[in-house]
Design a protein around this ligand. Structure first.
Ligand code: C2E
Ligand code: CA
Ligand code: CA
Length: 695
């Protein structure tokens, strides 16, 4: 069984793999995007901080400058670091001497701020500079960037300039704002021609970015590590989820493709595999294969008698047993109920398919152990072999089914190979099945009667009622053909009741007319299906009451096969029937399973020896000995014997020698319609056997 499960999910696996790869791709994309967004954000943040620092420095510079300008500069004692400013040499008040003779020199705001920013740069690396296109002091000359900024300030459109630039190989954020003349500035700068309110130049601040970039790259490293961890977690989560989803999908696809009871492939998976086999065969006709259809014999009875749970367990056990008999690559599937199909792939010839199916049939000889009980069952198998005319898997399954049906109707527990005539047979069967429903209403059924001769009294003891059907198209259809169909459809219940009623009424008529002192008996065949019909004994009694027929004159015939599988129910019904005084015959005895225990268990009144034994009573046949044994057996069990199928005088004489009490057969009369029996009886033949000859 296992061999059928595994190969069915690669598609699911592939699909999950693609989805997982896609998910990993999206995860990578998102992680990368998030990483770059964070890095960019940090970079921008650092620049914003640097700018804030630049602005703070600029503001401080402006505040100091304003303060100094407001007070007209400041006087300090000149020294080496602060010599008198040559750029202010034009001012008479540049150098002063205090009353106590101490020398002082003027530091105008620019001079003071230059000194301060130089100190500041040395300590913190932040550059600050006042500059202008015209300057008192050549050290205030603008560099290229500052000159560009001054030009832009002249246009008055630009209020500040921010730019990242490399100075002496180091990154800096440069910030510059214009500076305008105030009254306080005129004192020193008026000499250059500036007036109050003029654009005198600008102050620029340059913040070294190296430290910012250093912390940014540290944060960046942390972010990178975090993102790598996130990616790995995401990756593992995807793999984990993929595994779970994969398991679920595999399970779901398995369930969708398998039978839940036996876990065998179901019909759709079977058809897939069959289609593959058919395609392979169409490419190369050496790839022969066969479709087998199995149906358990009498599974319904088993289910009814043992219960559904036993039936289910049996299906599981037998599917395991069959699976073990198949080759790797073969497929067994459950179609539903008790029907199975098998694909025998890559077979050499039909013979190989037959060998395998025979092995399966053989395996049914062993009992199935269910809940500790031994259960015997059997199966019928139909085989359909690959051939060029098949394009359709359905057709092959149907043909295997048809062959199985034939196997079943020709005795169950058999193998049958499909041939095209079977198809016609199946179509005819469907027609029969259909038309039989209305046969009674349309008056197409008729009961024929075959006399049963009492050899001792040399007269007609009674008749066996045998059904005839004249089909408008098919002509006379043999009961051997249509009775099994009626049994399958359950239609036999209505038909059987109809025959019983007709036969009893007719026999009573003849008894009153021709033999009132010793009424005729009537033997009516009772199908196995009728035996399981609810209230059947009541229906039979009703017929007897209506027709005023003596119970003992009604012989109900059942075959051994009809009893098979119905044992317990049948026993109960048969008991009721017998209790009401009706006689019971075992029909076709010896033909079927020939179980002697049946004879004891069912307490029959009459044993009907099957016609095959009688016809095999010639000098070379074994029939004579068997007939003799059966006769002795019947005597022992206190049963009457009717020999069926007596066709020749020789057979008659042998039976007479054996003291066989009753016979039935063509030798005396074929089954005849009621009208012809009436003629016979009118001629007084019922008590003169010679006259019955040649009818
Ligand atoms: P069966 O009950 O064993 O009936 C005897 C069969 O043997 C009849 O076939 C009969 O025509 C045939 N027969 C009688 N004498 C001879 C003979 O000397 N030589 C040969 N070769 N055959 C002989 P028939 O009428 O075709 O019926 C076939 C079977 O159909 C019956 O076998 C019975 O099982 C079934 N059947 C017929 N009528 C009914 C019915 O009303 N109800 C049921 N349930 N089954 C019926
Ligand atoms: Ca019979
Ligand atoms: Ca018979």
């Amino acid at each position: 069984m296992q061999k059928t499960i595994d190969n069915d999910c690669p598609l699911v696996l592939r699909k999950t793999l693609y989805v997982s790869l896609f998910a990993i791709f999206i995860l990578s994309l998102l992680t990368a995007y998030s990483y770059y967004w964070n890095i960019d954000h940090i970079h921008k943040e650092k620049l914003t901080l640097a700018l804030a620092e630049a602005k703070a420095n600029w503001n401080k510079d402006a505040a100091f400058r304003k303060w100094a300008t407001l007070h007209g500069g400041m006087y300090v004692a000149p020294d080496e670091r602060t010599p008198p400013n040559p750029a202010l040499a034009h001012l008479p008040e540049r150098d002063l001497v205090t009353t106590d003779g101490k020398k002082l020199t003027l530091m105008n705001p620019a001079y003071m701020m230059r000194q301060m920013t130089t100190e500041f740069e040395k300590k913190y690396g932040i550059k600050g500079k006042i500059t202008g296109k015209i300057q008192l002091n050549p050290v205030n000359k603008p560099d290229e960037w500052q000159l560009k900024a001054l030009n832009l300030f002249e246009s008055k459109k630009v209020k500040e300039i921010i730019e990242q630039q490399t100075i002496d190989g180091q990154p800096y954020l440069r910030y510059m704002k214009p500076m305008y003349m105030t009254k306080g500035c005129v004192k020193c700068h008026g000499i250059l021609g500036f007036k109050d309110g003029d654009l005198r130049g600008g102050v620029s601040v340059s913040i070294p970015l190296e430290q910012y970039f250093l912390t940014a790259s540290e944060t960046g490293r942390n972010i990178l590590i975090t993102h790598i961890i996130i990616w790995i977690i995401g990756f593992l989560a995807i793999i984990f989820m993929a595994k779970i989803i994969n398991k679920m999908l595999t399970l779901m696809s398995h369930e969708a493709m398998h039978d839940c009871l036996t876990h065998l492939p179901n019909i759709s998976l079977f058809k897939n595999r069959l289609k593959q086999a058919l395609n392979k065969y169409q490419r190369d006709s050496n790839n022969k294969f066969a479709v087998c259809f199995l149906d358990l014999d009498r599974f319904k009875n088993l289910n009814d008698s043992h219960g559904h749970s036993v039936g289910d367990k049996l299906l599981i056990t037998l599917s395991q047993r069959i699976s073990k008999l198949l080759r790797p690559g073969d497929t067994i599937a459950r179609m539903g109920g008790d029907e199975f199909t098998i694909l025998l792939d890559n077979i050499i010839s039909l013979k190989e398919a037959i060998t395998i199916t025979e092995r399966i049939l053989d395996s049914f000889k062993e009992p199935f152990i269910i809940d500790g009980d031994e259960i015997y069952t059997n199966t019928s198998i139909g085989i359909c072999l690959s051939s060029e005319e098949y394009n359709d898997v359905e057709e092959m399954i149907r043909n295997a089914d048809i062959a199985m049906y034939r196997a079943k109707s020709s005795g169950k527990g058999q193998i049958n190979i499909f041939n095209p005539e079977m198809h016609e047979f199946a179509i005819e069967t469907m027609k029969i099945e259909n038309d039989l429903r209305s046969a009674i209403k349309k008056n197409q059924l008729e009961v024929y009667y075959q006399p049963v001769i009492d050899l001792e009294k040399n007269r007609i003891d009674g008749f066996e009622a045998l059904l005839r059907w004249k089909h408008p198209v098919l002509g006379y259809v043999s009961p051997e053909r249509f009775i099994p169909i009626a049994e399958n459809t359950g239609h036999i219940k209505e038909i059987g009741q109809w025959v019983l009623e007709r036969a009893c009424r007719q026999t009573q008529d003849w008894s009153f007319q021709f033999c009132p002192e010793n009424e005729f008996s009537i033997a009516v065949n009772l199908s196995g299906v009728q035996l399981s019909e609810h209230g059947i004994h009541k229906k039979i009694e009703d017929v007897l009451n209506q027709t005023e027929m003596l119970q003992t004159k009604l012989h109900l015939e059942v075959t051994e096969t009809a009893l098979l599988g119905h044992k317990e129910e049948a026993q109960a019904i048969i008991k009721k029937i017998r209790n009401s005084g009706i006689s019971l015959s075992i029909d076709d005895f010896g033909k079927g399973y020939c179980s002697l225990t049946y004879l004891q268990e069912f307490d029959f009144d009459i044993l009907k020896i099957d016609k095959d034994f009688i016809q095999d009573m010639g000098p070379d046949g074994k029939g004579l000995q068997l007939a003799r044994t059966l006769m002795l057996l019947a005597n022992d069990l206190d049963m009457k014997v009717v020999a069926e199928g007596v066709e020749t005088e020789e057979q008659l004489n042998l039976l007479k020698e054996m003291k066989c009490p009753y016979i039935q057969g063509y030798y005396y009369s074929r089954p005849l319609p009621a009208s012809r029996i009436k003629v016979l009886l009118q001629a007084g033949c019922h008590d003169d056997s010679d006259l019955l000859l040649d009818q």
